[in-house]
Design a protein around this ligand. Structure first.
Ligand code: MN
Length: 337
Protein backbone atom coordinates (compact mmCIF):
# COMPACT_ATOMS: atom_id res chain seq x y z
CA UNK A 1 0.00 0.00 0.00
CA UNK A 2 0.97 3.65 -0.45
CA UNK A 3 1.74 5.89 2.51
CA UNK A 4 2.82 9.49 2.86
CA UNK A 5 5.73 9.54 5.29
CA UNK A 6 7.01 12.68 6.98
CA UNK A 7 10.65 11.57 7.37
CA UNK A 8 11.51 14.76 9.21
CA UNK A 9 10.12 18.29 9.14
CA UNK A 10 9.49 19.50 5.57
CA UNK A 11 10.54 16.16 4.04
CA UNK A 12 7.55 14.22 2.70
CA UNK A 13 7.80 10.95 0.78
CA UNK A 14 5.07 9.04 -0.99
CA UNK A 15 6.25 5.45 -0.66
CA UNK A 16 5.26 1.80 -0.59
CA UNK A 17 4.68 0.26 2.84
CA UNK A 18 3.96 -3.26 4.06
CA UNK A 19 0.30 -4.32 3.96
CA UNK A 20 -1.46 -3.96 7.29
CA UNK A 21 -2.69 -7.12 9.01
CA UNK A 22 -4.99 -7.72 11.96
CA UNK A 23 -2.82 -8.41 15.03
CA UNK A 24 -5.45 -9.22 17.68
CA UNK A 25 -8.94 -10.81 17.74
CA UNK A 26 -10.57 -7.45 18.52
CA UNK A 27 -8.77 -5.50 15.79
CA UNK A 28 -10.21 -4.39 12.46
CA UNK A 29 -8.67 -3.41 9.15
CA UNK A 30 -10.00 -0.15 7.71
CA UNK A 31 -9.69 0.79 4.04
CA UNK A 32 -9.21 4.54 4.27
CA UNK A 33 -11.52 6.61 2.03
CA UNK A 34 -10.81 10.15 3.25
CA UNK A 35 -8.31 11.86 5.57
CA UNK A 36 -8.23 15.52 6.52
CA UNK A 37 -5.31 17.90 6.85
CA UNK A 38 -5.62 19.71 10.17
CA UNK A 39 -3.70 22.75 11.41
CA UNK A 40 -1.81 20.41 13.73
CA UNK A 41 -0.71 18.30 10.72
CA UNK A 42 0.70 21.45 9.15
CA UNK A 43 2.66 22.03 12.39
CA UNK A 44 4.04 18.47 12.24
CA UNK A 45 4.97 18.99 8.58
CA UNK A 46 6.72 22.27 9.40
CA UNK A 47 8.48 20.92 12.50
CA UNK A 48 6.63 23.29 14.83
CA UNK A 49 4.60 20.67 16.72
CA UNK A 50 5.78 20.45 20.36
CA UNK A 51 4.55 16.85 20.65
CA UNK A 52 5.11 14.97 17.35
CA UNK A 53 7.90 12.47 16.73
CA UNK A 54 9.49 11.52 13.37
CA UNK A 55 9.44 9.70 11.05
CA UNK A 56 5.64 9.83 11.06
CA UNK A 57 2.65 9.00 8.90
CA UNK A 58 0.45 11.98 9.80
CA UNK A 59 -3.35 12.17 9.75
CA UNK A 60 -5.77 11.91 12.68
CA UNK A 61 -8.97 12.68 10.78
CA UNK A 62 -9.54 9.23 9.35
CA UNK A 63 -12.67 7.97 7.59
CA UNK A 64 -13.00 4.62 5.87
CA UNK A 65 -14.77 1.33 5.35
CA UNK A 66 -14.27 -1.81 7.43
CA UNK A 67 -12.38 -4.24 5.19
CA UNK A 68 -11.77 -7.09 7.63
CA UNK A 69 -12.57 -7.91 11.26
CA UNK A 70 -10.82 -9.97 13.93
CA UNK A 71 -12.69 -13.04 15.16
CA UNK A 72 -13.93 -11.39 18.41
CA UNK A 73 -15.10 -8.14 16.85
CA UNK A 74 -18.75 -7.31 17.63
CA UNK A 75 -18.91 -3.50 17.33
CA UNK A 76 -18.60 -3.26 13.53
CA UNK A 77 -18.90 -5.46 10.46
CA UNK A 78 -17.28 -5.53 7.03
CA UNK A 79 -18.64 -2.72 4.86
CA UNK A 80 -19.51 -0.36 7.72
CA UNK A 81 -18.48 3.25 7.20
CA UNK A 82 -16.44 4.47 10.16
CA UNK A 83 -14.43 7.31 11.58
CA UNK A 84 -11.40 6.20 13.60
CA UNK A 85 -10.81 7.54 17.11
CA UNK A 86 -7.44 9.31 17.34
CA UNK A 87 -6.73 8.78 21.05
CA UNK A 88 -4.76 5.87 22.52
CA UNK A 89 -4.70 5.89 26.34
CA UNK A 90 -3.10 3.67 29.03
CA UNK A 91 -6.09 3.19 31.33
CA UNK A 92 -3.79 3.22 34.38
CA UNK A 93 -2.97 6.85 35.16
CA UNK A 94 -5.00 9.39 37.18
CA UNK A 95 -6.79 11.08 34.25
CA UNK A 96 -7.64 7.68 32.72
CA UNK A 97 -8.99 6.48 36.10
CA UNK A 98 -11.28 9.52 36.38
CA UNK A 99 -12.60 9.07 32.84
CA UNK A 100 -10.46 11.60 30.98
CA UNK A 101 -8.35 9.46 28.62
CA UNK A 102 -7.87 12.40 26.22
CA UNK A 103 -5.28 13.75 28.66
CA UNK A 104 -3.78 10.36 29.59
CA UNK A 105 -0.28 10.73 31.11
CA UNK A 106 0.91 8.24 28.47
CA UNK A 107 -1.27 9.66 25.68
CA UNK A 108 -0.60 8.63 22.13
CA UNK A 109 -2.42 10.28 19.25
CA UNK A 110 -2.69 8.62 15.85
CA UNK A 111 -0.83 10.68 13.28
CA UNK A 112 1.20 12.44 16.00
CA UNK A 113 2.92 9.90 18.28
CA UNK A 114 1.99 6.82 16.24
CA UNK A 115 1.22 6.38 12.54
CA UNK A 116 -2.07 7.82 11.33
CA UNK A 117 -4.25 8.01 8.26
CA UNK A 118 -2.16 9.26 5.34
CA UNK A 119 -2.01 5.70 3.99
CA UNK A 120 -4.37 3.31 2.26
CA UNK A 121 -5.15 1.01 5.21
CA UNK A 122 -5.01 1.24 8.99
CA UNK A 123 -5.59 -1.36 11.70
CA UNK A 124 -7.02 -0.43 15.09
CA UNK A 125 -8.98 -1.96 17.92
CA UNK A 126 -12.75 -2.11 17.41
CA UNK A 127 -13.15 0.32 20.34
CA UNK A 128 -11.68 3.07 18.13
CA UNK A 129 -14.45 2.67 15.51
CA UNK A 130 -17.46 4.96 15.30
CA UNK A 131 -20.09 3.96 12.75
CA UNK A 132 -21.21 6.63 10.27
CA UNK A 133 -24.51 6.93 8.41
CA UNK A 134 -24.01 5.85 4.79
CA UNK A 135 -25.83 9.00 3.63
CA UNK A 136 -22.87 11.12 4.81
CA UNK A 137 -20.08 11.53 2.24
CA UNK A 138 -16.61 10.33 3.27
CA UNK A 139 -15.27 13.85 2.65
CA UNK A 140 -17.79 15.61 4.90
CA UNK A 141 -17.47 12.85 7.51
CA UNK A 142 -13.87 13.98 8.09
CA UNK A 143 -15.36 17.11 9.72
CA UNK A 144 -16.67 14.97 12.61
CA UNK A 145 -13.16 15.05 14.13
CA UNK A 146 -12.81 18.87 14.21
CA UNK A 147 -16.42 19.05 15.43
CA UNK A 148 -15.54 16.68 18.28
CA UNK A 149 -12.78 19.13 19.31
CA UNK A 150 -15.36 21.93 19.30
CA UNK A 151 -17.84 19.85 21.32
CA UNK A 152 -15.07 19.23 23.86
CA UNK A 153 -14.39 22.97 24.23
CA UNK A 154 -18.11 23.66 24.79
CA UNK A 155 -18.29 20.82 27.28
CA UNK A 156 -15.20 22.03 29.18
CA UNK A 157 -16.81 25.48 29.33
CA UNK A 158 -20.10 24.02 30.56
CA UNK A 159 -21.99 26.18 28.04
CA UNK A 160 -25.71 26.65 28.80
CA UNK A 161 -28.29 28.62 26.87
CA UNK A 162 -28.13 31.47 29.42
CA UNK A 163 -24.44 32.01 28.59
CA UNK A 164 -22.99 34.70 26.40
CA UNK A 165 -20.04 33.05 24.67
CA UNK A 166 -17.26 35.06 23.13
CA UNK A 167 -15.27 33.21 20.45
CA UNK A 168 -11.93 34.84 19.69
CA UNK A 169 -10.94 33.81 16.16
CA UNK A 170 -13.15 32.66 13.27
CA UNK A 171 -10.69 30.43 11.44
CA UNK A 172 -11.32 26.69 10.93
CA UNK A 173 -11.35 26.02 14.69
CA UNK A 174 -13.50 29.05 15.50
CA UNK A 175 -16.05 28.07 12.87
CA UNK A 176 -16.32 24.50 14.22
CA UNK A 177 -16.85 25.97 17.69
CA UNK A 178 -19.58 28.24 16.32
CA UNK A 179 -21.34 25.23 14.74
CA UNK A 180 -21.20 23.45 18.12
CA UNK A 181 -22.33 26.51 20.09
CA UNK A 182 -25.39 26.98 17.86
CA UNK A 183 -26.77 23.76 19.44
CA UNK A 184 -26.64 25.27 22.94
CA UNK A 185 -28.89 28.26 22.31
CA UNK A 186 -26.30 30.51 23.97
CA UNK A 187 -25.70 34.07 22.71
CA UNK A 188 -22.61 34.04 20.50
CA UNK A 189 -20.18 36.89 19.87
CA UNK A 190 -17.32 36.38 17.44
CA UNK A 191 -14.22 38.53 16.86
CA UNK A 192 -11.60 38.25 14.15
CA UNK A 193 -9.27 40.58 12.28
CA UNK A 194 -10.48 39.43 8.83
CA UNK A 195 -13.84 40.59 7.48
CA UNK A 196 -14.04 37.51 5.24
CA UNK A 197 -13.97 35.19 8.25
CA UNK A 198 -16.56 37.31 10.03
CA UNK A 199 -18.81 37.04 6.97
CA UNK A 200 -18.45 33.25 7.14
CA UNK A 201 -19.37 33.36 10.85
CA UNK A 202 -22.41 35.47 9.93
CA UNK A 203 -23.45 32.93 7.29
CA UNK A 204 -23.43 30.24 10.01
CA UNK A 205 -25.91 32.36 11.96
CA UNK A 206 -23.80 34.52 14.30
CA UNK A 207 -25.38 37.95 14.84
CA UNK A 208 -22.75 39.73 16.93
CA UNK A 209 -19.50 40.21 15.02
CA UNK A 210 -16.50 42.36 15.87
CA UNK A 211 -13.56 43.20 13.65
CA UNK A 212 -10.99 43.67 16.41
CA UNK A 213 -8.58 45.39 14.03
CA UNK A 214 -11.09 48.10 13.17
CA UNK A 215 -13.17 48.31 16.36
CA UNK A 216 -12.43 48.64 20.08
CA UNK A 217 -13.00 45.04 21.19
CA UNK A 218 -13.45 45.71 24.91
CA UNK A 219 -15.86 48.59 24.29
CA UNK A 220 -17.96 46.53 21.83
CA UNK A 221 -18.10 43.58 24.26
CA UNK A 222 -19.25 45.86 27.05
CA UNK A 223 -21.87 47.37 24.79
CA UNK A 224 -23.16 43.91 23.80
CA UNK A 225 -22.96 42.20 27.20
CA UNK A 226 -22.80 44.94 29.86
CA UNK A 227 -20.78 42.71 32.27
CA UNK A 228 -18.66 40.85 29.75
CA UNK A 229 -19.14 37.38 28.26
CA UNK A 230 -19.68 34.56 30.78
CA UNK A 231 -17.59 32.23 28.60
CA UNK A 232 -14.63 33.08 26.37
CA UNK A 233 -13.13 30.51 24.01
CA UNK A 234 -9.68 31.21 22.62
CA UNK A 235 -9.68 29.97 19.04
CA UNK A 236 -6.89 32.36 18.06
CA UNK A 237 -4.13 31.41 20.50
CA UNK A 238 -1.47 34.11 20.46
CA UNK A 239 0.59 35.33 23.42
CA UNK A 240 -1.74 38.27 23.96
CA UNK A 241 -5.00 36.34 23.79
CA UNK A 242 -5.11 35.00 27.34
CA UNK A 243 -4.41 38.39 29.01
CA UNK A 244 -7.04 39.89 26.69
CA UNK A 245 -9.63 37.29 27.70
CA UNK A 246 -8.93 37.71 31.44
CA UNK A 247 -9.64 41.42 30.88
CA UNK A 248 -12.92 41.10 28.99
CA UNK A 249 -14.52 38.00 30.54
CA UNK A 250 -17.19 38.58 33.18
CA UNK A 251 -16.61 37.88 36.86
CA UNK A 252 -17.26 34.17 37.59
CA UNK A 253 -16.65 33.46 33.88
CA UNK A 254 -14.86 30.56 32.24
CA UNK A 255 -12.01 30.89 29.75
CA UNK A 256 -11.09 27.98 27.49
CA UNK A 257 -7.60 27.68 25.99
CA UNK A 258 -6.98 25.41 23.00
CA UNK A 259 -3.64 26.39 21.49
CA UNK A 260 -0.32 24.53 21.80
CA UNK A 261 1.49 27.81 22.37
CA UNK A 262 4.80 27.60 24.20
CA UNK A 263 5.38 31.34 24.17
CA UNK A 264 4.52 32.72 27.66
CA UNK A 265 1.44 34.90 28.18
CA UNK A 266 1.60 37.79 30.63
CA UNK A 267 -1.51 37.31 32.75
CA UNK A 268 -2.26 39.31 35.88
CA UNK A 269 -3.09 36.90 38.70
CA UNK A 270 -5.20 39.75 40.06
CA UNK A 271 -7.74 39.28 37.25
CA UNK A 272 -8.08 35.56 37.88
CA UNK A 273 -8.40 35.94 41.66
CA UNK A 274 -10.52 39.07 41.84
CA UNK A 275 -13.00 37.78 39.23
CA UNK A 276 -12.79 34.11 40.29
CA UNK A 277 -12.17 33.19 36.66
CA UNK A 278 -11.91 29.52 35.69
CA UNK A 279 -9.20 29.09 33.07
CA UNK A 280 -9.56 25.62 31.56
CA UNK A 281 -7.61 23.85 28.86
CA UNK A 282 -9.42 21.79 26.25
CA UNK A 283 -7.47 19.08 24.48
CA UNK A 284 -8.67 16.68 21.77
CA UNK A 285 -12.00 15.18 22.83
CA UNK A 286 -13.46 12.83 25.39
CA UNK A 287 -16.22 10.57 24.05
CA UNK A 288 -17.43 13.25 21.68
CA UNK A 289 -17.49 11.34 18.36
CA UNK A 290 -20.78 9.62 19.23
CA UNK A 291 -22.28 12.96 20.34
CA UNK A 292 -21.32 14.62 17.06
CA UNK A 293 -22.65 11.70 14.99
CA UNK A 294 -25.92 11.71 17.01
CA UNK A 295 -26.29 15.49 16.50
CA UNK A 296 -25.71 15.02 12.76
CA UNK A 297 -28.19 12.12 12.56
CA UNK A 298 -30.78 14.25 14.38
CA UNK A 299 -30.28 17.04 11.83
CA UNK A 300 -28.97 19.42 14.50
CA UNK A 301 -25.58 20.16 12.98
CA UNK A 302 -24.35 20.48 9.45
CA UNK A 303 -20.99 19.09 8.37
CA UNK A 304 -21.32 20.28 4.79
CA UNK A 305 -19.53 23.26 3.29
CA UNK A 306 -16.48 23.18 5.56
CA UNK A 307 -14.18 21.26 3.19
CA UNK A 308 -12.80 23.64 0.57
CA UNK A 309 -10.50 21.30 -1.38
CA UNK A 310 -10.59 17.56 -2.10
CA UNK A 311 -7.24 16.23 -3.36
CA UNK A 312 -6.63 12.63 -4.51
CA UNK A 313 -4.23 10.93 -2.09
CA UNK A 314 -1.87 10.21 -5.01
CA UNK A 315 -1.41 14.02 -5.26
CA UNK A 316 -0.73 14.42 -1.52
CA UNK A 317 2.57 16.24 -2.08
CA UNK A 318 0.70 18.82 -4.17
CA UNK A 319 -1.67 19.46 -1.26
CA UNK A 320 1.24 20.45 0.97
CA UNK A 321 2.56 22.71 -1.82
CA UNK A 322 -0.87 24.36 -1.82
CA UNK A 323 -0.58 24.89 1.94
CA UNK A 324 2.93 26.34 1.50
CA UNK A 325 1.49 28.83 -1.00
CA UNK A 326 -0.57 30.38 1.82
CA UNK A 327 -3.66 30.71 -0.44
CA UNK A 328 -6.41 32.22 1.78
CA UNK A 329 -9.05 30.22 -0.13
CA UNK A 330 -7.74 27.01 1.48
CA UNK A 331 -9.94 26.34 4.49
CA UNK A 332 -9.85 22.58 4.69
CA UNK A 333 -8.11 20.06 2.45
CA UNK A 334 -9.24 16.44 2.49
CA UNK A 335 -7.47 13.56 0.74
CA UNK A 336 -9.72 11.19 -1.16
CA UNK A 337 -8.65 7.58 -1.72
MN1 MN B 1 -7.99 17.75 13.62
Amino acid sequence: MKQLLTEKPRVLKMMDAAEQGIASPTEVLVKIKAAGICGSDVHIYNGTSPVATYPRVMGHEIVGVIAETGKDVTKVKTGDHVIVEQILSCGECYPCKIGRPNICCNLKVRGVHTDGGYREYITADQSAMHILPKTLSFTDAVMIEPMSIAFQACSRAGVKKEDTVFVLGAGALGKSIIRALLLSGATIIVADVEDKRLEEAASLGVKHLINSKKEDLAARLQELTKWGPSVSIDAAGFAGSLPLLTDVTCNAGRIITMAFLSEPSQVQQLKITAKELDIRGSRLQNNKFEEVIAAYNAGNISLEGAVSHVVPFSDALKAFEMIDSGDPNIKKIVFSF
